[in-house]
Design a protein around this ligand. Structure first.
Ligand code: ATP
Ligand code: MG
Length: 328
């Protein structure tokens, strides 16, 4: 049976990069509560600096945002990672078959550790917990952005190593494959790095039209376009990348033509983008307001999701412990 798993950290507000790169696929791929698992990976979020009160609020807000984006609790299992202790249990098991060198060469580790004065072990072992998240549910397909493809390759390696050691005759863990959207990797508003919750270069999925415009107006465009009369190159412009995701084809063509001929300045192009974004974001904002008005609904959905996730996770751990000599 094909199984889907993916997760998102409550390390900040759900942004349009998360949505276009991953969550839009989650919404499309909901195949039923036993086949589709989505997780707010709060244990992963502990690897950054945070205040407990903020984390408590962000977990809840992330769940609201995901439901507003279109996750349907009748067609998927949505839960908090920390509510299913088997994630950390399996992560420890996987630590015992994962070579240190594989972790040290992960790009995300290298990027994040370069920005830190003191690197916590959790930043290094992050992909081991991620492998546990995925393999606990025997997920075969993992809808993620491009930055997670390398981690998934490591998940497959961990599955192979564990199988080779403990399930050589009949592999127990399958090999999860990434599933990408056409957007894959949206750059941040600074045009310097991937749009990331932790870098403050985002447009939040639930931000108002006014808030979005405040951010779009000064956002980085084609760097070669210094003056309004300079001709632009849409292919290298981050704003055009957003048009690709939000604007319908005829609008995109108009935008590209007016950029190339310098008929429009970047501000006009951004105004058109803001209007296209509204088409997508208005219904999401409306759902968020409806859900936000029912806080017990969100708590109930997450509690119910955790219950179902635990049932699957317990069975996986039973099988794992049996094969590893940890049962009588
Ligand atoms: P953080 O900065 O805390 O790592 P993040 O914005 O990178 O936050 P994650 O929770 O790490 O978000 O990732 C959630 C999902 O969103 C993953 O599947 C990831 O690949 C995807 N994703 C994150 N940023 C982008 C982006 N800029 N473009 C496309 N997909 C993205
Ligand atoms: Mg990230």
């Amino acid at each position: 049976m094909s199984r889907i798993f993916s997760g998102i950290q409550p390390s900040g507000d759900l942004h349009i990069g998360n949505y276009l790169g991953a969550v839009a696929n989650w919404v499309r791929m909901q195949e039923g509560r036993d086949a589709t698992y989505f997780c707010v990976v709060d244990l992963h979020a502990l690897t950054g600096t945070y205040e407990p009160a903020d984390l408590r609020r962000r977990r809840h807000e992330m769940a609201v945002s995901l439901l507003a984006a279109g996750l349907d609790p009748e067609r998927c299992t949505l839960f908090f990672q920390s509510a299913v202790p088997q994630h950390t249990e399996l992560a420890w098991i996987f630590n015992t078959v994962t070579p240190l060198g594989e972790l040290e060469r992960q790009t995300q580790y290298k990027d994040k550790s370069a920005r830190l004065e003191s690197v916590l072990t959790g930043v290094l072992t992050y992909p081991v917990l991620q492998a546990a998240d995925i393999l606990l549910y025997h997920a075969t397909r993992v809808p993620v952005g491009e930055d997670q493809v390398q981690h998934l390759e490591l998940s497959r390696e961990i599955a192979r190593r564990w199988n080779a050691r403990f399930a050589a005759e009949l592999p127990y863990f399958g090999e999860p494959q990434p599933l990408l959207t056409p957007v894959r990797r949206l750059m941040g508003l600074d045009g310097q790095a991937k749009m990331s919750k932790s870098l403050g270069n985002t447009i939040g999925l639930l931000e108002s039209r006014e808030q979005i415009w405040e951010k779009l107006r000064p956002a980085m465009t084609d760097p070669a376009r210094q003056r309004k009369t300079d001709r632009g190159t849409p292919e290298i412009c981050n704003i055009y990348a957003m048009h690709r995701a939000f604007s319908p084809e005829p609008v995109r063509q108009e935008v590209a033509a007016n950029c190339r001929s310098a008929a429009w300045g970047c501000i006009e192009c951004k105004q058109v983008l803001a209007a296209s974004m509204e088409e997508v974001l208005v219904p999401i904002r409306r759902r968020a307001a409806e859900i936000g008005a029912r806080p017990t609904y969100v708590t109930d959905v997450l509690a119910d999701g955790a219950l179902r996730a635990r049932t699957t996770a317990q069975e996986t751990m039973r099988q794992v412990y049996e094969r590893m000599g940890l049962t009588d």
